[in-house]
Structures are given as structure tokens and as C-alpha cells.
Design a protein around this ligand. Sequence first.
Ligand code: NAP
Length: 255
Amino acid sequence: MILLLGGTTEGRRLAELLDEAHVPYVLSLAGRTSNPIVRGTVRTGGFGGADGLAAYLIGSAIEVVVDATHPFARTMSTNAAAACHQAGIPLVRLDRPGWSTHPLAHTWTWVDDHAAAAAAVLLLGASRVLLTVGRLHTLDYSPALDQLAVLARVAEPPSGDLPPTWRLLQARGPFTIQGEGHLLRSHRIDTLVTKDSGGEATAAKLAAAAEAGVRVVMVRRAGRGNGEAVDSVEAALAALAKFHPHVTQKSQGTL
Ligand code: NAP
């Protein structure tokens, strides 16, 4: 049995491919998204840290774990690495490529964390900001940016009140360059703050920002620990085939 730690487009896609190939797996979700679009066997909610996950792995006869969580889901990735080590189970880490090699990357202000991003926004003299750092970190920018006009775009609303000068925009990708350009111009945005999530669904804002002369503050990724690292769903399937014979045998038609 494969345990697939999901919460991303790639996790969902990998689950679909395993499902189509009739390879047994459990897709695990944190339970943060209301009505996630998924199929197959799904479990929801935390495991209770690395020890809880290790107990789950052993108790559920898991043979291999795929960490397909978001590149910024650091706690889950650290726990997955520790639990797999503890349980003696192989780990495949699916990390979609980030934007550090994007042709415009050298034009952005790169920072290590959200506190540094907020400080950079103030140093750059921004006044109208598009903030796309995810629901969990949106409010990290308050009180630092409370005096600025901030448009906070999130897929799910943050659990707290926004400062009076901020506006919430609830939207889920994929976004287009044209649509992002319109958003930046209509809100007269001068600075985009985002994180190096990678992925095609949200990359349009970077090209649109360049076209509109909007500066970009980018939060870097941190390392994600142990396991066999792969950067695509196809590479994850190939890695799984080494640990789980069903994948090679049954997914040939799918690949
Ligand atoms: P996190 O800080 O790394 O994880 C916090 C806790 O949530 C974990 O310790 C774990 O609880 C539980 N958890 C996380 N992912 C889980 C999963 N797939 N299955 C079961 N439990 C899980 O993660 P996060 O940044 O809060 O993100 C939560 C979920 O949203 C992740 O699955 C991630 O893929 C997805 N997501 C995150 C972002 C982002 O920017 N961070 C963006 C899009 C989607 P226990 O310790 O109790 O096991």
C-alpha cells in the first residue's frame, strides 16, 4: 500500500494515475480545503506529528510514502522524513520545480521568510501591494503593512480580520497573464509579494508583473529533507515502480 501525502495539484494527479492503474494507495489530506476534488481512498487530518505518522505507517502496512505536499508545507515534510526513517519505509519526495530559474528571477527581491518579505516591502517604498502568500501566512504581514493598500488574494479566507486598508480577494488558479495584468492595473499595484511555490497555475502573475512594471518580492523555499527527490508526477511514478511492483505492471498503459 502506498501512502500519498497530498494537498497539491501534483498529489491529485498522481492519485488519479494510481487510481486508473488500480494500484492501491491512500491519499492523505490535511483537511484545510473545503470540498477538495479528489477520488480514490482518502483519509483526512493530521497524524499527530512524526511519531503518530510512524505508528500509522506500521499499523496500516504502508510500503512506501510519497510526499506530494506543497513545497512550503515544511512541517509535514519534516515529519514524513522522520517517520519513514523511524518505520524503515522508503520515501519519495515530489517537489515541483520552483521559480529560481525563471528568466525574470534576477529582477526580483528574494527573501528567506515572510518577516523579511514584509521588511523588504517597506524598504522598497511600496504603497499598493498584491499579497499572494497563502491563507496561513497572509496575516503574518500585519501589523507591518497595516498602513498600505494590500490586496490579499487567497484560495480560502484567512482565519482572522484584515486591517481596514486591506481587501480580500478569494480566487483559485489557474490564472492567465491577461487576467493577472488586468488585476494589477485595475488595483494600481506597485509590488507583488509571493512565495516560490512553482507550478503553472500561478506563474502568470510573474509575467504580468514584469509587463506592468510591478516589482516582485519572492520568499525562498527551504530544503525539504530526506527521501528520493523527484520533480514531476511521471518521475514519482517511475520512482514508485522501484518500491511497488504493481506500479510498473499496471501503469504501463497510463504512462
Ligand atoms: P504543514 O505546516 O507542513 O503541516 C502542518 C500539519 O498539518 C502537519 O504537521 C500535519 O499534522 C498536518 N498535515 C499537513 N499536510 C498533511 C497531509 N497531506 N495529510 C495529513 N496531515 C497533514 O502544512 P501546511 O503548510 O499547513 O499545509 C497544509 C496542507 O495544505 C498540506 O497538505 C499542503 O500540501 C497543502 N498546501 C499548503 C500550501 C502552503 O503554502 N503551505 C499551499 C497549498 C497547499 P500532524 O503533525 O498532526 O500530522
